[in-house]
Design a protein around this ligand. Structure first.
Ligand code: BG6
Length: 498
């Protein structure tokens, strides 16, 4: 049985807490999955009472509750909500927090601290918690959930890790990557390892290329301060997209426990061919959105966004070509890309298979049979589709792309938010979908050379109109002329365009 805990949110009034954490906790309440006794404490600067906070949470949840805010569920949820006024940088606040939490008639002994704060504050908060003895597990466990980005580059990640390990054991640390909580992402493992059919084909003999795309139509919203220092490579690629790559590429783990899974993911990251500085341009591409039109509305360019420097060369679009030097994947390109203000919101993994070895249909109207693709849609469409070629009825020898659809979520089924699964895992102490430090370190090793070269080239960046699929120049990453970005989940059945 899951033990109850007090869930303390640092940054309780911030974006992450409003958009993700509080709605996820509410939906867990609604689903009856929050163990009895779990308390949620918002830590914030404002002078609020519990009642102010509950009213605030109601306002936050009204537009975000999936089927509208349910009065009965919210009233149950309200009983769990507490507010604590404190200053993140002031140790005294943490001593007071400790005293407040020691009232065990209200608060369970176990404590989960969630860092929904700026990355620069992770070290301060974890230190201050330890200074007040809130890292000590004398009565009940203490867990620290840390959002990405974990560090700013390889070296800063190492320093943060050292700092955390002074006061916390690895078992206490939950480095979250919310992509691992997404339905299709978990399905990658099930699809690969619960079915026999794909495994013989899942290698360099049959796979021509793998593409992983995360495109967003939104811009940087109000996050210029963070985004200017991060850019798309750190914000999405180093974390979420490299995690997706590991799941596609890993070997079957010995068992499904957290360590076996993470061991296999680390092996993939270690096998990624290092990119020397001289090869950065052949393997990495960056660009920035200019003005354009998104969903019929004119939007400003990146450098016109509030808080962005007029001469900023921070990338809002990044694409990489990576190779995994192991027996399974040698010389299969993995193309991964992300972008803000792209034409649509679309995240997907697309795997293109090779052509059959014999061009049997050469003498027919078919000049070139189109290749098979396996498309795993992550969002907004969660789907799993295998494209095959078949002959449509008629006298001519033609092919049409047909699809075997293994999607499992019906339209009537509500998608869960990734945070729901992950918050529950953190409360239950399951590390499987959280990152171990060596994963983070190896992921930084992959992108570090690119970051270094880009940081020295600050006078030029390609641009693309907001609302487009990014600049044509990113095609330079492809190994061959017949390779190109796949932008759509669906292929045109007649001509195979995507
Ligand atoms: C976050 C990034 O980690 O992931 C954001 O910081 C990005 O910039 C977001 O928009 C995308 O997540 P999701 O779940 O909306 O696809």
């Amino acid at each position: 049985m899951t033990e109850p805990c007090t869930f303390v949110i640092f940054g309780a009034t911030g974006n992450l807490s409003q958009n993700k954490l509080l709605p996820a906790l509410y939906h867990l309440e609604q689903a009856g999955r929050l163990p009895e006794g779990v308390m949620i404490m918002g830590f914030g600067r404002r002078e609020w009472s519990n009642n102010n906070w509950r009213k605030e949470v109601e306002k936050i949840l009204i537009p975000r509750a999936r089927q509208g805010l349910d009065a009965e569920v919210f009233s149950r949820f309200c009983h769990r909500l507490h507010y604590f006024q404190g200053d993140l940088t002031d140790v005294e606040s943490y001593h007071r927090l400790k005293t407040a939490l020691s009232d065990t008639s209200h608060f369970p002994d176990n404590l989960t601290f969630y860092m929904a704060i700026r990355p620069a504050e992770f070290g301060t908060v974890s230190n201050n918690l330890a200074a007040a003895g809130l890292n000590k597990e004398d009565n009940g466990w203490r867990r620290l959930v840390i959002e990405k980005p974990f560090g700013y580059d390889l070296e800063s990640a190492r320093l943060l890790e050292e700092r955390l390990h002074r006061d916390y054991r690895e078992e206490q640390l939950f480095r979250i990557d919310h992509y691992l909580g997404k339905g299709t992402v978990q399905n990658v493992l099930v699809f690969r390892f619960a079915n026999l059919m794909m495994e013989p084909l899942w290698n360099r003999n049959y796979i021509d290329q793998v593409q992983i795309t995360h495109a967003e139509s939104q811009g940087i919203e109000k996050r210029a301060e963070y985004y200017e220092g991060a850019g798309a490579l750190r914000d999405m690629l180093q974390s979420h997209l490299l995690q997706l790559l590991t799941l596609v590429a890993m070997e079957p783990p010995a068992m499904l426990d957290a360590e076996s899974l993470r061991d296999e993911k680390v092996k993939v990251l270690k096998s990624i061919r290092p990119i020397p500085p001289s090869a950065v341009h052949a393997h990495a591409f960056r660009a920035q959105y200019g003005r354009g039109v998104v969903n019929g509305e004119k939007v400003p360019g990146y450098v016109e966004e509030e808080g962005v420097a007029a001469n900023s060369t921070t990338e809002t679009h990044a694409a990489l070509k990576l190779y995994i030097d192991n027996w399974r994947w040698r010389n299969v390109p993995f193309y991964i890309r992300t972008g803000k203000r792209m034409a649509e919101n679309r995240s997907m993994i697309c795997i293109r298979f090779k052509h059959p070895p014999q061009q049997l249909f050469q003498q027919t109207q078919l000049e070139q049979v189109r290749p098979n693709w396996l498309v795993m849609g992550i969002q907004p469409n969660e789907c799993l589709r295998l494209e095959l070629q078949a002959k449509p009825p008629g006298l001519e020898m033609k092919t049409r792309t047909t699809t075997m659809d293994a999607s499992i979520r019906g339209d009537e089924e509500e998608p869960l938010d990734a945070y729901e699964a992950l918050l529950l895992d953190a409360i239950e102490g399951d590390h499987s979908l959280f990152l171990r430090y060596d994963e983070v370190r190896w992921a930084w090793k992959v992108v570090d050379p690119i970051l270094k070269v880009w940081s020295m080239e600050r006078d030029f960046i390609y641009t693309y109109p907001a609302g487009s699929w990014g600049p044509m120049e990113s095609n330079r990453l492809f190994d061959r002329d017949d390779q190109t970005w796949r932008n759509s989940i669906f292929a045109d059945p007649e001509d195979g365009t995507m």
